[in-house]
Design a protein around this ligand. Structure first.
Ligand code: HEM
Length: 122
């Protein structure tokens, strides 16, 4: 598969993760409980599949770009962001962190990942 195809897969995954997290944050902020969430399965599956596709597309692109181990710093940064976005769904359901911090924080993480992928600063 070409770099372009991997990039579309990467973005499809990222969009799925973002939509899922937005839904859970808004639901939890409105006082909703996980067990009563009618979209729980849809959201859980979308989040999980999205993480997988983001990773698949990301590593596919790394192969096409011939970027191998040891990874440059921006790849490590992206993996950390990916891990944070993975953990975020449980954090969002628990509602311990303020909804607004999560909401804007996730957008910032996405922007940081785009910066790292686009500029490859280190
Ligand atoms: C598993 C971790 C990840 C890896 C290995 C990875 C890898 C990559 C690679 C190799 C590129 C292509 C750069 C190029 O075309 O030269 C890229 C682009 C991009 N990634 Fe990721 N990525 C990861 C996670 C993420 C996450 C979590 C997000 C968003 C939340 C994200 C958003 C983007 C965006 C917006 C671009 C486009 C930048 C551009 O091409 O100008 N990535 N990523």
């Amino acid at each position: 598969m070409s770099l372009q195809v991997y990039k579309i897969i990467h973005f499809a995954g990222v969009f799925m993760v973002m939509v899922s997290l937005g839904a859970v944050i808004a639901y939890a902020a409105a006082g909703g409980e996980k067990k009563n969430f009618a979209y729980r399965k849809t959201v859980g599956m979308t989040h999980g599949l999205g993480l997988f596709l983001a990773l698949l597309g990301g590593f596919g692109m790394l192969a096409r770009l011939e970027i191998h181990w040891p990874w440059p710093g921006w790849v490590i940064g992206k993996l950390l962001i990916w891990l944070l976005l993975g953990a975020m769904i449980a954090i969002a359901y628990r509602g311990k962190l303020s909804g607004k911090v999560q909401w804007w924080g996730i957008i910032l993480l996405g922007v940081a990942a785009a910066y790292l992928g686009g500029m490859k600063p280190f």
